[in-house]
Design a protein around this ligand. Structure first.
Ligand code: MN
Length: 415
C-alpha cells in the first residue's frame, strides 16, 4: 500500500494507521478528522464531497461533531468500512489523488490544526495489569517477599477512576495540593504534593452501550473495543500513600490524567498482535482466552525541563501486560456492570523487568532513593514544576509503522 501523500518513513501516521480524532481547523471550525503523515483530514467535508455515500449504516454526516462518540457507536462494520475507504482514497492512483479541489478543501497542515478531546468519556476505569509494576509497588510499600497480593494472578485488579479530569495532550495542569503524612511526622500536613509522578499507560475506548446485567465475554470483547490511546495517569504519591487505606485511590489520582489525541483502531494494531504471557495459576473459565491477545507497542517516556532538552527516561512495551484487554473488559462486566460508548479503560502502569523499562518515577527512582540524572546536570526524584512529560508509542514490523504520536503535558505550580 503506497500513498500519494508524502510522509517520512518513520511517521506514526502511515497509510496503515488511519486514526480518528477531533480537530479545530483554522481556529474556527470543528470536525472529526483523520491524519496521514503531517496532514490532518477533515472528515465532515470529505463526507459532503460524497466519498462515503455507499457505506452502509453511515446515513448522515456524523463527522460534523465535537466528539467521536456517535461515530464510534455505529460499531465496527461501519467504522472499519470508513477506515478502509480512507485507506483506498489515500492510495496512489485513487480518485482522490487527482481531485485537487477536494484535497485543497479537506487537507490541512499540522500548524493549521488544534486537536481536541476526541471523545466524551462517560466512565473511566484504571486497571493494574502489569505484573512487574504490581510487584515493584508491593515490594516498596508492603512485603518484598510477598509483593503480589493473593488475588493478583486470579483477576485483573482495577478501580473506578474519575472521567471529568481527563484532558487531551497539550493541556497543562497545576500541581495538586492535599493532605499527606511524611514518614517522620506524627500528624498529617497540607500543601502542594512533593511526590508528583506520571504513570505510563495505554487505554482502550469502548464502542457500545450494554444493559445493566449484561456481560461482555472474553470472546466478544475485541468487537466492543474501538481503539486505543496513550495515557498518562498523573499521580501524587504522597497524597496517595496516606489516603488509600482502606478504599483505594482517590485525590492522589483524580486531579488530572492526559490522553493522546488520536484514537488508533484495533484494526490498525493487528500487525503487532503478539503472544500473551502464560498465566499461571490457570485462570477461571470466564477469563480464559484463545489466540494472541497482546500487542507489541513500543513505549517511551521523556522528561523535558523548562527551556531544556528532552531526556529519555523509560522504554517499555505494551506487550508486557499480564492481563489483556479482553480479560479486563470481561472481568469488568462479569457482574452485570453496564458499559457506555466512550468509556475509557486504562491498563495500569506498564513496567518491564528491566529498571530502564519502569513506567513511573516511583519505580525509576525507587521512591526517590536513586534520583535520575538529566542532561542539563539537574536530577529528579519526582516531577518538578514546569517539567513537561511526553509519552510516545508505536508498533513497527515488516516495514509497517503505526503510532500514537504523543501525549505531552506540563506541570504548573500549585494554585
Ligand atoms: Mn494508573
Amino acid at each position: 500500500m503506497t500513498s500519494f501523500i508524502q510522509y517520512d518513513e518513520k511517521s506514526d501516521f502511515s497509510i496503515h494507521n488511519i486514526p480518528f480524532g477531533v480537530a479545530v481547523f483554522n481556529k474556527e471550525y470543528i470536525a472529526c478528522a483523520t491524519r496521514i503523515g503531517d496532514l490532518v483530514v477533515d472528515l465532515a467535508s470529505l463526507y459532503d464531497y460524497s466519498f462515503f455515500d455507499d457505506i452502509e449504516g453511515l446515513n448522515e454526516n456524523i463527522f460534523e461533531a465535537y466528539t467521536l462518540n456517535d461515530f464510534i457507536e455505529l460499531g465496527k462494520p461501519v467504522t472499519s468500512a470508513v477506515r478502509k475507504r480512507l485507506q483506498e482514497l489515500f492510495t496512489e492512483g485513487s480518485a482522490l489523488s487527482h481531485d485537487e479541489k477536494t484535497i485543497e478543501a479537506c487537507f490541512y497542515d499540522l500548524d493549521k490544526v488544534e486537536m481536541l478531546m476526541p471523545i466524551h468519556i462517560q466512565n473511566y476505569t484504571d486497571f493494574y495489569s502489569s505484573i512487574e509494576h504490581a510487584t515493584n509497588v508491593g515490594k516498596m510499600f508492603r512485603d518484598p517477599a510477598n509483593a503480589l497480593l493473593p488475588n493478583w494472578k486470579h483477576l485483573p485488579v482495577g478501580y473506578h477512576g474519575r472521567a471529568s479530569s481527563i484532558v487531551v495532550s497539550g493541556i497543562n495542569f497545576h500541581r495538586p495540593k492535599g493532605q499527606m503524612k511524611p514518614a517522620d511526622a506524627t500528624q498529617p500536613i497540607f500543601g502542594p504534593s512533593q511526590q508528583l509522578d506520571f504513570e505510563l499507560e495505554m487505554a482502550f475506548v469502548v464502542n457500545k452501550n450494554t444493559e445493566l446485567g449484561e456481560s461482555i465475554s472474553v470472546k466478544e470483547a475485541e468487537d466492543a473495543i474501538f481503539g486505543m490511546v496513550l495515557f498518562n495517569d498523573w499521580s501524587a504519591r504522597d497524597i496517595q500513600s496516606w489516603e488509600y487505606v482502606p478504599l483505594g485511590p482517590f485525590l492522589g489520582k483524580n486531579f488530572c490524567s492526559s490522553i493522546s489525541p488520536w484514537i488508533v483502531t484495533l484494526e490498525a494494531l493487528e500487525p503487532f498482535r503478539t503472544v500473551s504471557p502464560k498465566q499461571d495459576p490457570e485462570v477461571l473459565d470466564y477469563l480464559k482466552f484463545e489466540g494472541d491477545k497482546n500487542f507489541d507497542i513500543q513505549l517511551e517516556v521523556y522528561l523535558q525541563p523548562e527551556n531544556g532538552k528532552e531526556n529519555l527516561i523509560s522504554k517499555s512495551n505494551y506487550n508486557f501486560m499480564y492481563w489483556n484487554m479482553s480479560q479486563q473488559l470481561a472481568h469488568h462486566t462479569v457482574n452485570g456492570c453496564n458499559v457506555e460508548v466512550g468509556d475509557l479503560y486504562a491498563s495500569g502502569t506498564i513496567s518491564g523487568a528491566e529498571a530502564s523499562s519502569f513506567g513511573s518515577m516511583l519505580e525509576l527512582t525507587w521512591r526517590g532513593q536513586n534520583p535520575i540524572q538529566l542532561n542539563d546536570g539537574t536530577e529528579r526524584k519526582f516531577i518538578n514544576d514546569h517539567d513537561t512529560v511526553i509519552m510516545r508509542g508505536y508498533g513497527e514490523k515488516n516495514g509497517i509503522r503505526v503510532g500514537f504520536g504523543e501525549v505531552s503535558s506540563k506541570v504548573l505550580p500549585a494554585k
